[in-house]
Design a protein around this ligand. Structure first.
Ligand SMILES: Nc1ncnc2c1ncn2[C@@H]1O[C@H](COP(=O)(O)OP(=O)(O)OP(=O)(O)O)[C@@H](O)[C@H]1O
Length: 783
């Protein structure tokens, strides 16, 4: 992809000025249109709220309408910023304004604004001087709030361009402005500057598994999110019914990307991490890598099957007391009942009635023999059978022989018992078995989620109705609370979700009968509460990190195998993750998956990428680094220091001053995150946040590599590279991730020798660092 400059001449700039007013008028008209649409939706919402629906179905209808109007208002608010960002002038004189949503003139149905996803808007991203696609001029509108502040024109038809105009092939001016802007802690959409190789992926066929491999900063996440917006537009009916799932690596990352889809006018996708994929379980626990690695192995499928098998017991003999008689279930009897139940090929809980029926039949025969069969008529036998099936002793025996199990119970019992672990894991070494042991009171971890899912399949566990009821209740609680807060005169956008939840506790029982129908749950809400939900499309980000067991779970949620999988096999940190895409998909789609690559790094400047390339070569000489879209003119540096506690806060102060209002990240081994965070807090006036769940807008954040996955900052200080490399089995990949989080500046601080792979860093005198920091402090004092 060529990235050429647009350098407007004076004559060209003058003509731009002439038209600026016209564009301002046009865009103002578009905003008036949007305001009108929003007013209509607001009025309809108000009217719907007044509707005193008298029966459950009318209430469900009212709530569904209210949800629809609220979504519409949210959509129109989301697209307000840079509503219109470009214009195409076609050869035949047609003008197409391109923006976030489509708007039409109500009188003549002509297009006022074309949705960026419409086929007719595509030349905006693809046309160049060689393949013009009928475009004569492409115009970028620069906006501040709702006002057009400038124009960038590209004349694609050289013949008709002003004689001294510069012809360029791409939107480089706008692209570079976007790439060098300060990071805010929230990912921005790229709708105005999507590049051709990205556009191909965004609009690729929805069917099948599409793998997008790309180095750091190549826009994989951005492309994946814009692809969801595109698919929601192009296949709205399918995705409205089945929903779209976006899976990301951690909560911080999900918050980081959470604004992108709303800014594209889409709110209908479900954002999750692996820990959320088993409804009803909050998998927030953590565990050592080696435990997670065992749980992620595909051999756990057999382990779970063994664990279930182990719960179907056949003791040598089982005695059951019934009305004073001691009945005997011999091994042969229970084994026979077990075989019959298993032969049904049903999951454990569903096969149980067959087992129970056999056992009750066997016990009925015994009781009949004890009384004397010749004395009994059919009615008596029926009565005995009935009494046995009501007997607590019989129930107890049946429970011991073939218990009804929930997935949580199966897994908790397994982890709690060395004997059960041994029985289920014949192929594990004793030390590995020991690693699986866990206290039943410990919280579930993301590694447990696919095992619970596997267990649910094996057990035939179905709690959809219960989950749906819970979700309906939750939604009802929130809406009630919202109502209360509005009575108290809060504006809707001042109400944060935690306050809502607290207020929701006021009167849960009133709510229960106000919303006794769950028919108005949105698709995402229904999908989130249903373990067996089949999504219309699944997007997986940082996909290299997923274990084989998680892939198995995801394939269950995508029977149509409609997936977009984005990742970089060079950035794999998780010991269960993958370094070869073929290995992931072969079991599910053989070789029927498509691989596409992104090759340009939009985040990391060339100076930093040159350093990271050596690390990449050390991971695997076959891996090629992406090409940086720009240089920064800033040399990445390293400094050897005696004490991190002293040097890091000074370096942070210097970097914070250097990025002037931007964001600085310290990326360091996990054990240093909190100690360094504390030391930095005392040394800077900036807001400093530390560790997971970071507030994304803070000036300084301190993270380990996993927490920094997928994020980016104006300046990155990597502290203790040797510690990062030795911290995990894939330490070099972690170092590669850490180095490539910066959009501008990179510094590396180390106590011992600099790792050889970082030899391209320019050496920096650390006394100089202290002097610079002191200088900044003096400056601040002067201000
Ligand atoms: N066409 C584009 N126009 C403007 N900005 C872009 C474009 N493509 C990518 N970017 C920006 O480049 C940065 C990196 O993008 P993104 O985070 O999607 O990359 P990634 O491939 O997912 O990176 P990583 O694998 O390192 O997490 C983001 O700030 C993104 O907005």
């Amino acid at each position: 992809m060529a990235l050429l400059s647009t350098v407007p001449s004076e004559a060209f700039a003058a003509s731009v000025n002439d038209t600026l007013e016209d564009e301002r008028r046009y865009v103002a008209m578009l905003y008036r249109h949007v305001d009108k649409l929003r007013d209509v939706a607001t009025q309809r919402l108000a009217r719907t709220k007044l509707d005193n629906a008298s029966n459950p179905s009318a209430r469900a209808e009212r709530d569904a309408s209210a949800t629809m109007y609220r979504e519409r208002i949210r959509q129109l608010e989301g697209i307000d910023e840079r509503l219109c960002f470009g214009r195409l002038d076609m050869d035949d004189g047609e003008r197409r304004y391109v923006g976030r949503i489509g708007l039409v003139d109500e009188d003549d149905q002509s297009s006022l604004l074309m949705d960026w996803r419409a086929p007719a808007a595509r030349p905006y991203y693809l046309a160049n001087a060689i393949t013009r696609e009928g475009v004569r001029r492409r115009r970028q509108l620069r906006m501040k709030g709702r006002t057009v502040t400038g124009l960038d024109d590209e004349i694609l038809d050289v013949e008709s361009a002003p004689p001294d105009s510069t012809t360029s092939l791409t939107n480089e001016a706008a692209l570079m402005a976007a790439l060098t802007a300060h990071r805010t802690g929230r990912m921005q959409d790229i709708v105005a500057t999507i590049q051709a190789e990205q556009d191909e992926i965004i609009r690729a066929d929805i069917n099948g598994v599409l793998v997008v491999q790309g180095g750091p900063g190549t826009g994989k996440t951005a492309v994946a999110l814009h692809r969801v917006a595109y698919l929601l537009y192009a296949h709205r009916e399918r995705l409205e019914k089945r929903g779209a799932l976006i899976l990301g690596p951690n909560a911080t990352f999900l918050r980081y990307i959470s604004q992108v889809l709303p800014s594209l006018g889409e709110t209908g996708a479900l954002l999750c991490m692996v820990g959320d994929l088993y409804p009803g379980v909050v998998a927030t626990g953590s565990e050592p890598d080696e435990v997670a690695e065992i749980k992620g192995r595909i051999s756990m499928v057999q382990v779970m099957a063994n664990a279930v098998y182990d719960r179907q017991e056949t003791p040598p003999v089982k005695e059951v007391l019934f009305e004073g008689d001691r009945l005997r279930l011999t091994h042969k009897l229970t084994a026979n009942a077990k075989r019959l139940a298993r032969d049904t090929l049903r999951p454990h809980n569903e096969a149980r009635p067959y087992f129970v029926r056999e056992i009750i039949e066997a016990l009925t025969n015994q009781v009949a023999s004890l009384i004397g069969r010749h004395l009994l008529v059919d009615e008596d036998i029926k009565q005995i059978r009935f009494d046995l099936s009501r007997s607590p002793e019989v129930h107890r025996a049946l429970h011991e022989l073939w218990p009804i199990l929930t997935p949580e119970q199966l897994l908790a019992d397994l982890y709690a018992s060395p004997e059960r672990i041994e029985a289920a894991t014949p192929d594990l070494a004793p030390a590995e078995r020991e690693l699986l042991r866990r206290d039943p009171s410990a919280p579930w971890t993301p590694g447990d989620v696919p095992l619970l899912d596997e267990a649910a399949e094996l057990l035939g566990w179905d709690d959809r109705a219960e989950r749906a009821r819970e979700a309906a209740q939750w939604r009802a609680d929130l809406e009630y609370a919202q109502g209360v807060l509005q009575i108290l005169n809060y504006e809707e956008d001042e109400i944060d979700e935690e306050v809502l939840q607290a207020t929701a506790l006021i009167d849960a029982s009133t709510l229960a009968d106000r919303h006794d129908d769950d028919g108005y749950l949105s698709v995402s809400e229904r999908a989130a509460t249903d373990r067996t939900w089949a999504f219309g499309h699944i997007v997986v980000d940082e996909a290299q990190e997923l274990s084989p067991m998680v892939w198995r779970l995801l394939m269950r949620r995508s029977p149509s195998r409609s997936m977009t999988v984005v990742g970089d096999v060079a950035q794999t940190s998780d010991p269960s993750g993958t370094t070869t895409w073929g290995d992931v998909f072969a079991p599910y789609v053989a070789d029927r998956w498509r691989l596409t690559e992104l090759t340009v790094n939009y985040r990391t400047p060339a100076e930093v990428m040159a350093v990271a390339a050596d690390v990449l070569a050390a991971i695997s000489p076959e891996l090629k680094p992406p090409r940086s879209a720009r240089t920064s003119g800033i040399t990445p540096w390293h400094g050897q220091v005696e004490s991190y506690a002293r040097a890091v806060p000074e370096a942070v102060r210097a970097e914070y001053a250097a990025v002037g209002g931007g964001q600085v990240a310290v990326i360091t081994p996990t054990e240093l995150v909190h100690p360094l965070g504390d030391a930095i807090r005392d040394a800077t006036t900036a807001e400093v946040v530390v560790g997971d769940g970071v507030s994304l807008g803070a000036g300084v954040v301190v993270l380990d590599v996993r927490q920094a996955k997928g994020l980016e900052f104006d300046s990155v200080l990597v502290v203790d590279p040797t510690g990062i490399v030795s911290e995990s089995r894939r330490g070099l990949s972690d170092l590669y991730v850490a180095l490539t989080r910066t959009t501008k500046r990179l510094g590396v601080l180390h106590r011992g020798d600099l790792p050889a792979v970082l030899r391209q860093l320019g050496e920096r005198d650390t006394t100089d660092l202290t002097v610079e920091a002191a200088h900044d402090r003096a400056d601040e004092g002067a201000r």
